[in-house]
Design a protein around this ligand. Sequence first.
Ligand SMILES: [Zn+2]
Length: 231
Amino acid sequence: MPYTQVTTNVYQIGGENISNSGDAGVFLIKCKDDSIVLIDCGIDSYEVLIRNIEETGLDPNQLVGLVLTHAHVDHTGSAADFKKNFPELRIYAHDWEREVIEGRPGTEKITAASWYGITYKPVKVDVAVKKIEENMVIGGTMFNFIHTPGHTPGSIAVLIQDEGKKVLFGQDIHGPFMQEFNSNIHDWISSMKLLLSKKADILCEGHFGIYQPATKVEKYIRNQIIQNYRI
Ligand SMILES: [Zn+2]
């Protein structure tokens, strides 16, 4: 199965069982004007992701945005290839992950590329998220960017509405929490409380799939808090 349809305008086009065993979930949002935004882009999966976009019946030439939820290579590794092939594509990330995504010398370890035995290809961040919450309209669709530090300092989640449902892209909200990632469990608890307050109907998780309805989303996040609070 090259993709999964989540809602009318949201698809999962990448992930462990879809594109590459090392990939975090890659989600596609078809915006109101038919342009396309991706949430994360896998470790080194540019070609298969393009094929999967085509499988959905959409046109990759409509790509206008790529949101990088944080700097880990299983989320960012293909970004340089996307930018090379679609120079107009705008890359969104939190300001605190920017140096790592852009490849400042000395930050290679923070990408976790060595875990995967690859070399990270840096890419320029075009739009840096700086506030706790920022709303941006992309392709006629409202994107609510939410700063969710914890797993990494500049992790972000994204919330959109589709068909009256709140769809939350909370990629690595499960952690893990490591010193080398500059993780902070106390910040993470606050981030999870903020996400719970959003009362999302659907959660697209980076490594653990799709949760719905709202009661299951809440249960998943609360269980994560219970499991991780003992760290
Ligand atoms: Zn991560």
